[in-house]
Write a protein that binds this ligand. Sequence first.
Ligand code: NAP
Length: 311
Amino acid sequence: MIPFISQLPKVEKTLWISALNNALPNENIVDFNDITPDEKPHCKLAIVANPDTRALTEFKNLIWLHSIWAGVEKLMLSLSDSSIEVVRLTDPMLSKTMAEAVLAWSLYIHRDMPRYAKQQQNSLWQQHPYLPASERRIGILGLGELGQASAEQLQQNGFNVMGWSRTQKRIANISTYCGDEGLAEMASQIDILVCLLPLTPATLGIVNKALLALLPKGSSVINFARGAIINTEELIISLDSGHINHAVLDVFEHEPLSTKSALWQHPDITILPHISAPTNLNSACEIVAKNIITFRATGKIPATVNKTTGY
Ligand code: NAP
């Protein structure tokens, strides 16, 4: 028996459990609420989606968890002192979805859509110079599963793409940077900054006043990673001063974003309700199933999240 531990609404939970049982006909995946106290000690692995930590502690003999989400920051924080290993979702379909979102919102900024939308509100007919994509410089923070796919998508669409990661990367036709100096070097030469870093102690608030000041005047920011990676107050100051032109924010420290948040009304911020890359039920179930079948056959847990780096 494999518990499905999640705080998802009941309808969504039922959908996932049914799809996972279809993908794993030799397993019995059950809502954790329906597992009896006698059955709980027999569970060695669980499938999770942003689980409540208290629910996890009821399963004393868990060895590993398979997350159906790619982002596992909250889970890693709650398991920092635990021996339970975490396998996050690594899904080419998700990378494709994120790359599409990065392309879409980069084009939105590249083709001045926020500016023309404002002009329309004022019945203003005014043309601005066009810059070819090859002259638009886009820098991606994070060159992992999502960052690399996004960088390649942007490059294929003709943009001048750069990327920054913790360790040095080599990617064809993309200028890559690492370390503090590399970040400063990349930041000083980009028009659009795209954030695809995991949230860890090292990346918390990394997009702050100092980094924003390094971006050329008139640059824009897209955050598709986690809200707390950006210092929002400092971003607003940079937008209000005119140094930063526009920000597209899909993720926030507290979600859903409060209706009282001033971010909603800011003229230079586009708010998205965490939609850049939703997990695809079918491809995710296939991947989870493959990993669990391998574990049953070999006892090998797939690649786990590194508890030291936090991603
Ligand atoms: P990943 O494969 O683990 O890649 C993370 C990248 O960030 C790697 O290139 C890593 O560098 C780099 N990195 C980590 N810490 C760093 C640091 N301190 N300095 C510089 N670079 C650092 O993660 P992913 O699958 O691409 O996902 C990234 C994040 O996207 C997730 O953690 C999640 O928060 C977010 N996400 C958002 C959505 C959404 O819908 N908005 C959906 C899915 C995921 P190295 O390559 O050198 O290790």
